[in-house]
Design a protein. Structure first.
Length: 163
């Protein structure tokens, strides 16, 4: 292996990758959901699973979720009151029906205006988009749960969800 060339090669790969990401972001497709940029939210909400994009749920869902973090899908995800208030404000500001609308109003299609689901994976539109995924695939050892977006969407943490 020719060690002196490695940094150059890595640099080129990184450059090519960011060019692709930039191109897709500029295309502004329906399948781009701006990732969490707030370091606090990333840390507190990205340790057990990816930090889900706030624009994937309506504000009322985030409020409901943040009101009961001690029983979060069976886990205790509670944080102190100040931290909770900061996280909540970030999620609500960037929710699907507030800040993120441009990208994600499509994902709320078919959702009753007063329902506040806690799962992205239970949104009618999400279910429709995934109806062709066979049962065995959800159970595959590399997937295990529908919430494991990165298993199938390699760039989920960068906000991209196309095939
Ligand atoms: C202690 C671990 C833990 C922490 C911390 C945590 N979560 Fe979760 N979260 C879970 C588990 C477990 C699930 C259920 C995953 C599954 O169904 O496979 C979940 C599911 C979710 C889902 C639903 C995913 C779906 O099915 O659509 C959302 C949204 C979510 N979490 C948001 C958050 C937010 C926001 C925070 C930060 C306030 C957070 N989580 C912090 C453990 C955690
Ligand atoms: C088992 C694999 C798998 C998992 C896990 C998975 N998806 Fe998907 N997802 C797919 C497939 C397959 C499609 C359909 C692709 C297509 O038609 O372009 C899709 C489509 C989508 C789309 C629509 C993209 C578009 O082109 O309009 C979104 C948004 C999406 N997924 C989000 C998610 C989120 C968020 C999660 C995690 C909570 C997730 N997916 C988990 C396989 C998966």
């Amino acid at each position: 292996m020719n060690i002196p060339y490695r940094p150059l090669a890595l640099g080129l790969v990184a450059l090519a990758f960011s060019a692709v990401v930039l191109q897709r972001a500029q295309a502004g497709g329906d399948d781009y959901f701006p990732p969490v940029v707030d370091p606090l939210v990333k840390e507190e909400c990205g340790s057990c699973h990816i930090a889900f994009a706030p624009s994937m749920l309506p504000a009322r869902s985030w409020k409901r979720m943040m009101a009961n973090l001690s029983d979060h899908f069976g886990d205790d995800a509670s944080v102190d009151a100040d931290t909770a208030a900061r996280i909540s404000s970030y999620l609500v500001t960037n929710a699907a029906d507030t800040g993120g609308k441009r990208y994600s109003s499509k994902l709320l299609r078919g959702l009753a205006p007063n329902s506040a689901p806690l799962r992205i994976t239970e949104l009618p539109k999400w279910v429709r988009e995934h109806r062709e995924v066979p049962a065995w695939e959800w159970k595959h050892k590399d997937v295990r749960t529908k919430a494991n977006c990165v298993a199938c969407h390699a760039d989920a943490e960068q906000g991209f969800y196309e095939d």
